[in-house]
Write a protein that binds this ligand. Structure first.
Ligand SMILES: O=C(O)c1ccccc1NCC(=O)[C@H](O)[C@H](O)COP(=O)(O)O
Length: 221
């Protein structure tokens, strides 16, 4: 099975090109004003054109209203919506119906009870994204560069299609992929030189580390 790789929080053509050159399956754009990765729909629309036919463009929002999502979808034309707030299963259903797009629902994980939170979303969200719970005082529901205990995911059945996220980087992706078998991985802070500043060299290093980890796993099986 191939591993999907999402590079999130892109804001520049250089970063998008580095993600595409590495083989990203998904590129993420953040629509959340408090984030250092926040981008406007028109800027995201320009950047996503570079990825047409190469990678899926994901619009990331947090408890966004229909008006906000209408503007993003109309202008940027994403392939997928990532809902990174406290959206209920009914809201996920309504968003899917309104836009006809696949939806990835994000969950903040600290303990086993947080994993159980996906149950009402099974068959509703197309995909899950498991991220770490934000640290106290953080205004960001995501993009905090913090990892959680990946072993919490080991009890999930194969039907759960998820991306592993939260604090991934070139140094820990090998351990992460040895601990769990996600269908995708997602990274933001781990390929930045400063909050919101993607570093193409770090993006390249991350892809090399992922390839090394996958080759190592294949050699072991
Ligand atoms: O990245 C943000 O600033 C952000 C803000 C608000 C909601 C979601 C956000 N990021 C979503 C992502 O998919 C990130 O890639 C994910 O949280 C992992 O981030 P990191 O731990 O920095 O790799």
């Amino acid at each position: 099975m191939t591993l999907d790789i999402k590079i999130c929080g892109l804001k520049t053509p250089e970063a998008v090109d580095a993600a595409l050159a590495g083989g990203a399956s998904h590129i993420g754009f953040i629509f959340f004003e408090k984030s250092p990765r926040n981008i406007g729909a028109e800027a995201a629309a320009e950047l996503r054109k570079r990825a047409l036919g190469k990678a899926q463009a994901v619009a990331v929002s947090v408890d966004a209203t229909d008006d906000v999502l209408d503007a993003i979808v109309e202008t940027m034309k994403p392939d997928m919506l990532q809902l990174h707030g406290k959206e209920s299963p009914e809201r996920v259903r309504a968003v899917k119906a309104r836009y006809g797009l696949s939806v990835m629902k994000a969950f903040s994980i600290r303990d086993a009870a947080d994993i159980a939170g996906i149950e009402p979303y099974r068959g509703v969200a197309d995909r899950f994204l498991f991220d770490a719970k934000p640290p106290k005082g953080s205004e960001l529901p995501g993009g905090n560069g913090i990892a959680f205990d990946w072993r919490l995911l080991s009890g999930l059945d194969d039907k759960v299609d998820y991306m592993l996220s939260g604090g991934l980087n070139a140094a820990n992706i090998g351990a992460a992929l040895s601990a769990v078998s996600p269908r995708g991985i997602d990274i933001s802070s781990g390929v930045e030189s400063a909050p919101g500043e993607k570093n193409p060299d770090l993006i390249r290093e991350f892809f090399s580390a992922v390839r090394a980890a996958l080759a190592n796993d294949a050699a072991l099986t």
